[in-house]
Design a binder for this molecule. Structure first.
Ligand code: GUN
Length: 297
């Protein structure tokens, strides 16, 4: 058996298209563009790439992008003052502070400063709490993107056994909350889990978010299961042409057993920015007091 390939790139393109249509409608109704501010502190190479792509995607969706690049030695108080300015700016609907921050800035404190109704990353404890109790808020982009791919493939998830490997605040924990809300039976596995292979073998849905290259083996997968691979790991050394990206799942091995699987690259990766744009658009509609139909995007 060869698993169906879940194409996140195509799904993300569709989502970005729908966001673009609703962004144009927002502009027509309010006379301004939905606005997303992205704050980058320091020179981290990967963060610079992410921030550039987020800015480009924002403009392509017909929204206004506000980019704030600050030097690595920016005092924490100045960063917090910038976030407060963005909170008060009515043209800014969403605020994203790119992580990681330099060591002298307390990430928790900076995130706590963001107005939860502009927190399009869904990292503020208010939004984590809203997700936990089932209130409308913002959900972190990567797990929400994973859920969209699962719903698109499987429809109703009710009663399915799901295993989430990884317990980070950004992916594992919110992913588990989302799956509970879909009436899955959810197990959260992590580095201390005993008999991980046996735990994974029970799952109809496997979401791997551990950051360890090809850790989940093909013979761990229940036949026909749906596998979502969040990992993006660079392997093969630093020589140009030698590095390649692999996920947390042994793709070839798992493809022989699973019903469907996301590739790396081209699976979950493209979903993250598309969902960020979606969250920013939802923020704009909410902040302007305009109803957006529940499942419009
Ligand atoms: N760093 C890596 N991924 C993310 C993300 O999704 N949001 C933010 N703010 N920083 C990140």
């Amino acid at each position: 058996m060869t698993a169906e390939r879940i194409d996140g790139k195509i799904f993300a393109e569709g989502l970005r298209g729908r966001v673009g249509v609703l962004a144009a409608e927002f502009t027509a109704r309010t006379g301004r563009k939905a606005g997303l501010a992205v704050v980058l502190v320091g020179e981290d190479a990967a963060s610079q790439v992410y921030v550039r792509s987020k800015g480009k995607a924002t403009i392509e969706a017909g929204m206004a992008g506000f980019e704030h690049r600050l030097p690595a030695d920016t005092p924490e108080a100045d960063l917090i003052a910038l976030v407060e300015t963005l909170n008060a700016d009515p043209t800014v609907d969403g605020i994203l502070v790119q992580l990681p921050l330099p060591a002298h800035c307390d990430e928790g404190k900076v995130i706590a400063t963001i107005n939860p109704d502009k927190d399009v990353d869904g990292f503020h404890v208010i939004n984590a709490g809203r997700l936990a109790v089932g209130q409308a808020g913002f959900v972190p982009c990567t797990p929400l993107g994973c859920l969209m791919l699962l719903r698109d493939r499987l429809g109703d998830l009710s009663g399915l056994d799901a295993v989430v490997i990884g317990r980070s605040n950004i992916v594992g924990k919110p992913m588990a909350q989302l799956l509970i809300a879909q009436s899955c039976t959810v197990t959260v596995a992590h580095s201390r889990t005993r008999n991980l292979a046996d735990v994974v073998r029970r799952a109809d849905i496997v979401v791997a978010a551990v950051g360890r290259p090809e850790m989940v083996k093909g013979d761990w997968i229940k036949p026909g299961a749906t596998v979502i691979d969040v990992g993006i790991n660079r392997v093969g050394g630093s020589e140009p042409g030698k590095t390649r990206l692999v996920g947390d799942v042994d793709f070839a091995g798992a493809s022989a057993v699973a019903g469907a699987i996301t590739p790396v690259p081209g699976g979950v990766g493209p979903m993250t920015i598309a969902v960020l744009l979606r969250n920013a658009l939802v923020a704009a509609y909410r902040n302007a007091g305009i109803d957006l139909p529940e499942n419009a995007i």
